[in-house]
Write a protein that binds this ligand. Structure first.
Ligand code: GDP
Ligand code: MG
Length: 239
């Protein structure tokens, strides 16, 4: 769980529920040079649930992409067979994270992506402007990847340990915010490429846009530029 200045949004009670669940979850919270009390709050959780919660502290802010890369790499190095990430604001609520883990076991896939599909009966509470911007973006990303993914940018994704994943995490991502696209590009290309039928998207039952996003307008423009770079690199085989 990447965390940057999340003191106001962290829900410690919900996180306790996650790690107390019967399915043996280990929460690795990566504090990415926060300047508020995020680190103290996470360390309190670590003391409350020793062995179930670990805090990894990066002294200097390096961005979500690097925090996720370091966290996943550490989880794999610790022997985890299934790893994943989700946003600290719990946009994907704990119940849904646990459901995704159960789906992962049931579907026996290598990658499971949470997907924000606005279907009747589901509660996908996205701000309208971000929904449409997100749809344009996800479509462009899907074309770039040549992979029919509906929602590349959902913050909840889980992976089984595979050589493709280990290789994909070996070097930093190019993009701070578009690393999801890069990660999918890396694992579906190259020597150990994961076949498409080993990847599944699971429409979420509940997802909510939590106020306090750090995604600035500048970052949105930057993400567009990054998408073009990722497309070019994957085309010339340097994904
Ligand atoms: N490690 C790290 N995580 C970040 C950074 N900025 C945002 N995040 C995390 O990324 C997740 C999503 O951030 P958020 O601001 O809610 O973005 P949004 O939901 O896409 O609007 C949260 O877990 C944040 O703590 C950063 O600079 N470094
Ligand atoms: Mg958010």
């Amino acid at each position: 769980m990447p965390c940057y200045n999340e003191a106001r949004r962290l829900d410690l009670k919900a996180l306790v529920k996650l790690v107390d669940s019967a399915c043996g979850v280990w929460l690795l919270a990566v504090n990415d040079g926060s300047t508020d009390t995020t680190l103290e709050l996470l360390q309190r959780l670590e003391r409350d649930r020793p062995g179930r919660v670990t805090v990894m502290d990066m002294a200097i802010n390096q961005g979500k992409a690097e925090a996720v890369r370091r966290g996943l790499s550490r989880a794999l190095a610790s022997g985890c067979e299934t790893v994943g990430f989700f946003d600290a604001d719990l946009s994907t609520p704990v119940e849904e994270i646990l459901r995704l883990l159960a789906c992962m076991r049931e579907y026996r896939c290598d990658i499971l992506l949470g997907s924000r599909v606005r279907l009747l009966g589901r509660q996908i509470g996205r701000v309208t402007s971000r929904h449409y911007l997100g749809r344009v973006f996800a479509t462009a990303a899907s074309l770039t990847l040549n992979l029919p993914v509906y929602d590349t940018q959902c913050g909840a994704k889980f992976f089984r340990r595979t050589p493709a994943l280990e290789e994909a995490l070996a070097r930093p991502f190019l993009s701070r915010w578009l690393f999801d696209v890069e990660l999918l590009s890396r694992v579906t290309r190259g020597r150990h490429a994961i076949p498409i039928d080993r990847i599944q998207e699971e429409p979420l039952l509940v997802w909510r846009d939590v106020p306090g996003s750090k995604l600035t307008h500048r970052a949105k423009v930057r993400a567009g530029v990054d998408l073009a770079r990722i497309a070019w690199r994957s085309r010339v085989g340097r994904s």
